[in-house]
Design a protein around this ligand. Sequence first.
Ligand SMILES: Nc1ncnc2c1ncn2[C@@H]1O[C@H](COP(=O)(O)OP(=O)(O)O)[C@@H](O)[C@H]1O
Ligand SMILES: [Mg+2]
Length: 366
Amino acid sequence: MAKVVLRKVRKEFGSSVVVHDIDLTIPHQEFVVLVGPSGCGKSTTLRMIAGLEDISAGEIHIGDTLVNDMPPKDRNIAMVFQSYALYPYATVWENMAFGLRVRRYPQAEIRRRVEAAADILGIRDMLDRKPRQLSGGQRQRVAIGRAIVRDPEVFLFDEPLSNLDAKLRVQMRTEIKKIHQRVATTMIYVTHDQVEAMTLAQRIVVMNAGRIEQIGTPQDMYERPATRFVAGFIGSPAMNFVPCSISDGGAELGVRIGESLVLPVPAGRRDRYRAYSGRSMLLGIRPEHCFDAKTHQPAAGQAPFEIVAGVVEPLGIDTMVHFELAATPVCARVNSYAVSSEGERLAMVMDMNNMHLIDPQTDKVV
Ligand SMILES: Nc1ncnc2c1ncn2[C@@H]1O[C@H](COP(=O)(O)OP(=O)(O)O)[C@@H](O)[C@H]1O
Ligand SMILES: [Mg+2]
């Protein structure tokens, strides 16, 4: 049983603080993903949990043990890195058994564990090969196998799929999810790729500049981002942000964009947004919440508007169309047959039930 708890964990390199007093509790057996742009402190946080990096302040607990001063080898964790770091002249079997040999496990136990891990990973018939006789995905499997045989309380992954090509990355993503189901261990996974985070995580921790922006399920992050950063980081193509103001027409409330466009605020949000009327705000709306009116009759809370299509990008399943709202570039995901070329006028619908209102003074979603 190992939950992992970080209390006010801080990391300074010289005079610069790269992790700012973060608090995080990861329950036993949870798959949590730390995601954020390069340099935001993900690897440093993971390395502090592993004990590969000292912490400048705070506490880290693994299970019921305060591990601040415990060396990595005593923490009962296993880490998988982006570079597989396999021994090139050793076989797959030897690579996986090495850590157990060093710890003087009996031969029969080593065999049992290596074979069980090889079965989980589907590499049983490759145990006699050398790493150079394996594909990138198979090598990464061996690196994961080396972690599994240790039977750790916590798995730490640092961008383990970043060296693989796009197709293999998607395959291994599914594999890693299966592995979590089969070995049922606490897993902390670091990536800069928000799609990887969304697909793998039970809970996502979005980091930005050494701080935690938001913690929640993938669905929370998508539907209820707390900040402009999370709103723009999660989801692809990214959310559109359009300068606007809230116009108060008594019972009605509207999102005013530029001179002529006013989109009504859905009834359920009026009380929440009224306090911001008259102020400069940002409307956040995802491309998939702007439809074409030909295939989508407006329903309750959905507002019609008109555009002149800019660049049109057919994706097969649907089409991305770029346009401007009061000189701000916006992108919408429309039906494949809704628009064919630049310059066409197009009747659109914005699903205001999925709008976000951001206060640019705080960058918080209100
Ligand atoms: N050993 C180090 N000495 C000084 N600065 C470091 C060291 N390791 C990382 N940093 C800095 O700490 C910040 C966070 O790095 P890192 O945790 O590797 O980010 P991420 O994994 O999110 O890309 C970066 O600005 C990086 O340059
Ligand atoms: Mg990193």
